[in-house]
Design a protein around this ligand. Sequence first.
Ligand SMILES: Nc1nc2c(c(=O)[nH]1)N[C@H]1C(S)=C(S)[C@@H](COP(=O)(O)OP(=O)(O)OC[C@H]3O[C@@H](n4cnc5c(N)ncnc54)[C@H](O)[C@@H]3O)O[C@H]1N2
Ligand code: MOO
Length: 408
Amino acid sequence: MEVIESGHPRSGRAGHRHAGTTWPQARAAAVRLAERARPAAPARVPLADAAGATLAEPLYALTGLPGHDAAAMDGYAVAGAGPWRITGRVLAGEGAPGPLRAGECVEIATGAPAPQGTEAVLPYEYADRDGDTVRGEAEPGRHVRRRGEDCAEGERVLPAGAAVTPAVLGLAAALGHDALSVRRPRVSVLVTGDELATSGRPAPGLVRDAVGPLLPGLTAWAGGAAEPVRYVPDTYAAMVDAVASCRAADVVVVCGASSAGPADHLRAALAELGAEIAVDGVAVRPGHPQLLGRLPRGGGRDAVVIGLPGNPYAALGAAVTLLVPVLRGLAGRPPAGVWRTAPLPESVRAHPADTRLVAVRLADGRAVPVGHDRPGVLWGAALADALAVVPPGWTPGDGEAELLPLPG
Ligand SMILES: Nc1nc2c(c(=O)[nH]1)N[C@H]1C(S)=C(S)[C@@H](COP(=O)(O)OP(=O)(O)OC[C@H]3O[C@@H](n4cnc5c(N)ncnc54)[C@H](O)[C@@H]3O)O[C@H]1N2
Ligand code: MOO
């Protein structure tokens, strides 16, 4: 096991006295690792299955928008100067009627194809109808959407790497697509800890798993797809087998077993499997025992491996630090940059040597700590909009703090 990024001074065992990689270095290492890795394989999926994925190819307009000259208001499509004689009626979904000649009009519904020769649409509320004759002020070009005026057929409307949002799905459908070529990195989730219960109220001495339920949603929000969570017994052999069996994954996330205890086998298992470790411990609170590396899988297709601390809020902070940028990169999205910054109240205390991740809510442009964000509890994270990044030694005079968004 080769440690690339500076880790931290080791105690005699695989323990962690102090992390040497700073939090910004760890996040930058995640971005770099994902940039260098092969992106997740693209797949063509129906629109209904593409939400939250990332476009593997640019999106082109298979049809113009609108696809035909269309009325933008309910009223009369007119040609030439008024008064106009009504020659027919066209509703949305019908074919365009024959061409209009000067002095003629057709009654028309919003979105219906405007006949050739239409110069304007006169809305009902501005029209004065008397039998088959219509009068009114029709401004040339008003209320007619010309074919392709919003988007020309063949135009490239979105680049590869765009997130498939609900608006993208609607746009793709409007442009004539039934399926999209997308990337969605596959994440194997391994949760360790013999003390974990997975249902009901935990019996004395047991702890309910809080990280397994959290990771699939976080993964989907960041553009990946988590496989069903697998629980790994606290033995070295089980850890080696479990990590080795994640053959289809782009990312292997292991929660727990990250620290110095007798059941913490992750590092040794990764060493046996030939992993190359990029980050081994981070100067951040909570979450210092986090880990990032590359796991050889044969055939030149490595997986990214991420170790999350077992404490649930520490695991969330580490996932936001490492997993979210890795998924972005493997999905082919550009690096996120700073989402936003906000002033923090003076009551926030920095740590002298470590970055702190503080659960905050946004109110009137300020970040308000919500409390309840000790390493073992997700209460604060559940109340929060974001994690505020408080650099070591930070004081309010140092300006605004970066905020990392949490899934809403
Ligand atoms: N000698 C040292 N001990 C510890 C260190 C250290 O540096 N030296 N670091 C501490 C920190 S910080 C953390 S965080 C934990 C990380 O330990 P592990 O990743 O090995 O996790 P565990 O020891 O299994 O669990 C820690 C804690 O979290 C609970 N846990 C674990 N998994 C889950 C889960 N899926 N859902 C809910 N709760 C979970 C577990 O019961 C423990 O209470 O190590 C410290 N110790
Ligand atoms: O920093 Mo640990 O990661 O407290 O919970």
